[in-house]
Design a protein around this ligand. Structure first.
Ligand code: ATP
Ligand code: MG
Length: 871
């Protein structure tokens, strides 16, 4: 059965069981501080399980993109070495939100596996939760009794909390689970040891394929469990593992999900899969990682230096490292796999097709820059090796390579081994541990449980229509972090404060109670569906009604920038073309930033056209027309731009100004004329194929013109109030360049004159014409003089020192004849004498210079020069 059919059979099966089929949610999470990426099928539905939101359907099935590379579920280091863990994988899932429970979940799983997919039931094992004393939980007898109807009891195994109690994170919904395992070993192997003894023992052919989670508890911050209001089913089946089983192969990588990618890697690198273990690991790593990186770029998460972007960058770098080391690839090539990948998976995940060029460009650029870094690292490693006296490289040095050049320990030690050097690995790990402790200390944060004041959990955002409203606090909690100290998070019954999102910053403002006591709201953020207000102090009278007031000035400026961002987006597509897609945006009160796909620098004319386009719409006084809570389809029919990144259950809001229609939850001016004016202040590249524009509006534009005006008058003043300042400046520049030329000529003449003087000062020592002295010429003057003298003597040794602006320079000239007859080396000499002037340098054996920051040391260096010819 082909992987395409395996996926659709799953979805069709559950469709027949009255499930609504929904597309995968984006893998990169927006509003969840506890999770960077979706790491299981249930993550996008977390709010439904917690009871913070209600799903439209209580039975759903899907195939969810998951990424397990950070946090509680991190499989990154396994990937490549085993044959059944991936970074990115698809999790097939069926869901019941307060509807069916264990009975149906177990019956349907069995029916699908044994009747639809026709898996032989004699290769299946199931597990049941054995109970746990610490949590006071009994064995899951209920599940055991259901299973017993389908499978012989010797194939039902008891599992502990680690394997059979599923938790998403340290907090949140959880419950006992039943796993289904397959044993795909040969009969010979089965005769030697029973599959029963290999379940959950990391055997590559006795693996878990499906986990049925019976969600019935919520784990609180203090570790205790409470019952969830409703019981749910959450199942997750590894799609790639299922393909392995149904296609009768022994490794996920031998299924048709991976084979086309592996064949392409073989063709490009001229290496064969299946011949050499190290090459195989590398090929598995690359074929896995290219999927993770491509999907995350398609989801809008580009590689970067922080947060989720940094995780993606590290995954790609891991792939480059393996291809560099084991496949001998010194040029970018991973980006060339995207073609095969998007052909293979583009039907189920259209974002791969529509963003193919961007994905290729970004990966190629990342590969280039990391390969360059690796090159620099290699040079540095060479130097470390050369300077080493005892053939041992310290852990500190290896850590520096790792930390600044991304040089992992295995690569460093491989190279060192080739050179017959050893590495202090223990020292490396000590440094690593120190750094981990440093960053842990910096990011430490503890979050208390919510203190609930009112059971009313409906929280309404009223900030589109008003900036001031009476509210009640429904719950609060304390959060302590190294960075911010103690802070309080408050949730209201309704709120005018806009929570950070869609690029727009969160509102600030204050709360005031009836006694006149005020606490300031320093920021507003959204956590899943809950709007959280941050304060430094807890209000005194928590149960009272408060007047909640948004900082109107900041909000209005932010709104002007947000509306201008929409107009800018429209302008860019108009001026540059339809290929322009939004890739990121930041809307602050002082400026806006917009990242978009485009392949070349914008010309001055294009920038002007874009500005004019936006300003024409500001002058056009276009009113805001918004539609709240409409279904996605309605917005699309209206002409809103199709965006990836919405997930099941999201209702949308459309925001329209003239012909600009976008899906947007942000706040906007009521009329474009409120923006007053739009001005681009910078344009540049952020990544391959991604440009960034920064711009300002309203008051900021006024400030900008005032500032420019002031600078202009200051300049005019300096030009003695010239009537035509530009011309005056040009004259000055011309005059300046003439003077420069004159000085150069004068210096040349001076050098000529000085030659005679220098010849007189030469002394003969050991058959060498020697001179070491201070010389008041610039670097090129000294070089000229040295080479002129060199033409007249073939046994010359010159060392000149000069100082200028607090900097010192040493130049050494040695006739080529002396270099070979006496083994003298100017490069070596200036390197050694450089220490007197606190600097260093180098060059060739017959001429070299050193720069330093201690002119006082020049005399000492000059004095030492004689030693070289006395030797
Ligand atoms: P394992 O013990 O094999 O790592 P798990 O207990 O971490 O699996 P779950 O969290 O229960 O797995 O996830 C549900 C299903 O997703 C598993 O039964 C498996 O088929 C699949 N799965 C889990 N992790 C991965 C991975 N890294 N790559 C591919 N499939 C995976
Ligand atoms: Mg796991």
């Amino acid at each position: 059965m082909k992987s395409q059919d395996i996926r659709s059979n799953f979805l069709n099966f559950f469709k027949e069981k009255k499930h609504t089929i929904v597309p995968s949610a984006p893998m990169v999470l927006k509003d969840d501080p506890t999770l960077m990426f979706v790491n299981s099928g249930m993550a996008p539905f977390k709010e439904f399980f917690l009871g913070n939101a209600e799903p439209k359907d209580n039975r759903i099935a899907d195939s969810q993109k998951c990424l397990r590379v950070s946090g509680k579920h991190n499989d990154l280091e396994e990937v490549g070495y085993d044959t059944y863990h991936h970074t990115l994988f698809e999790m097939l899932g069926n869901w019941s939100f307060g509807d069916y429970f264990k009975n149906e979940a177990i019956a349907w799983a069995w029916e699908l596996l044994t009747e639809v997919y026709k898996i032989d039931k004699n290769i299946l094992y199931v597990t049941v939760f054995e109970g746990d004393k610490e949590d006071g939980l009994p064995m899951d007898q209920e599940a055991y009794d259901f299973w017993k109807e389908y499978i012989s009891e010797d194939r039902i195994l008891m599992g502990n909390k680690k394997d059979n109690f599923w938790e998403m994170g340290d907090q949140g919904p959880c419950g006992p689970c039943s796993e289904i395992h397959v044993d795909i070993r040969s009969d010979d192997e089965k005769a030697k040891i029973s599959g029963k003894d290999l379940v959950n023992k990391d055997h590559p052919q006795v693996v878990e394929i499906w986990n049925l989670v019976f969600m019935q508890y919520n784990r609180k911050a203090n570790g205790t469990l409470e019952n969830l209001p409703n019981k749910h089913i959450d199942t997750g089946m590894g799609f790639e593992r299922l393909c392995m089983v149904l296609q009768g192969v022994k490794s996920n990588y031998d299924s048709d999900v991976f084979i086309p990618i592996i064949r392409e890697i073989e063709t490009i690198t001229n290496k064969q899969y299946g011949k050499n273990e190290k090459v195989d690991v590398a090929i598995r790593v690359i074929s896995d990682h290219v999927r993770a990186v491509a999907f995350s770029i398609a989801d809008g998460q580009l590689p970067s230096n922080t947060g989720a972007g940094y995780v993606i960058r590290r995954i790609l770098r891991r792939a480059v490292r393996y291809s560099f080391t084991f496949l001998n690839q010194k040029e970018p090539f991973i980006y060339r796999l995207i073609d095969v990948l998007s052909n293979k998976m583009g039907i189920a995940f259209p974002e791969l097709k529509s963003q193919k060029h961007l994905i290729e460009n970004v990966i190629k650029e990342e590969e280039y820059s990391f390969l360059r870094t690796l090159d620099q690292g290699l040079v540095l490693l060479d130097r470390i090796v050369k300077d080493s006296k005892n053939k041992i490289i310290s852990g500190e040095k290896a850590f520096e390579l790792y930390d600044t050049y991304g040089f992992p320990l295995d690569l460093t030690s491989l190279i060192l081994r080739e050179k017959e050097f050893t590495l202090d690995e223990t020292g490396f790990h000590v440094e690593m541990k120190k750094q981990k402790e440093r960053s842990r200390a910096a990011s430490q944060m503890s979050t208390d449980d919510w203190i609930v004041l009112s059971e009313d959990t409906k929280e309404e955002f009223v900030g589109y229509d008003t900036l001031e409203v009476n509210v009640q606090i429904t719950r609060y909690r304390k959060v302590t972090s190294k960075k911010d100290g103690e802070m309080y998070q408050l949730v209201f019954d309704l709120t005018p404060f806009y929570p950070e999102g869609g690029g727009q910053v969160g509102d600030k403002g204050y709360l005031e109670d009836t006694h006149g006591d005020v606490v300031y709201i320093l920021d507003t953020k959204k956590e899943n569906n809950v709007i959280i207000h941050f304060t430094k102090n807890l209000p005194k009278h928590l149960n009272e009604t408060f007047k909640a007031v948004v900082d109107a000035k900041q909000r209005h400026r932010t709104e002007a920038n947000h509306t201008a961002t929409h107009l800018l987006h429209q302008a860019l597509r108009e001026v540059l073309g339809d290929h322009v897609e939004q890739k990121g945006s930041a809307v602050h009160s002082k400026y806006l930033r917009f990242d978009f796909s485009h392949f070349s620098k914008l010309t001055v004319e294009e920038l002007r056209d874009v500005e004019n386009f936006v300003n024409a719409r500001i002058d056009g006084k276009l009113p805001l027309i918004e539609k709240r809570n409409i279904p996605m389809q309605e917005a699309m029919d209206e002409g809103a731009m199709a965006l990836f990144g919405e997930k099941y259950g999201d209702s949308v809001r459309s925001v329209r100004f003239g012909q600009s229609i976008e899906l947007c939850g942000g706040t906007h001016v009521k009329n474009t004329s409120d923006i007053w004016h739009f001005k681009i202040v910078s344009e540049g590249a952020v990544a391959a194929g991604i440009r960034r524009i920064e711009a300002i509006t309203s008051d900021a534009v006024k400030d900008f013109y005032h500032e420019n005006n002031r600078a202009f008058y200051e300049m005019k003043d300096l030009l003695n109030n010239a009537k035509e300042p530009v011309k005056a400046l040009q004259n000055l520049q011309e005059e300046n360049s003439n003077l420069k030329k004159q000085i150069e000529q004068l210096l040349k003449d001076k050098a000529k004159n000085i030659q005679g003087e220098l010849i007189n000062e030469l002394t003969e020592i050991n058959g060498v014409q020697f001179l070491a002295r201070q010389l008041d010429l610039d670097a090129s003057g000294i070089k000229d003089v040295s080479f002129e003298l060199g033409q007249q003597f073939d046994n010359l040794f010159l060392l000149f020192g000069t100082s200028n602006n607090g900097k010192a320079l040493l130049s050494c000239y040695i006739s080529k004849e002396l270099v070979s007859s006496k083994g003298l080396n100017a490069g070596q000499i200036v390197k050694e004498l450089g220490k007197f002037i606190h600097g260093g340098g180098g060059g060739q054996p017959f001429f070299a210079t050193a720069g330093g920051k201690n002119p006082k040391g020049i005399d000492q260096a000059l004095e030492k020069a004689k030693d070289y010819i006395l030797k």
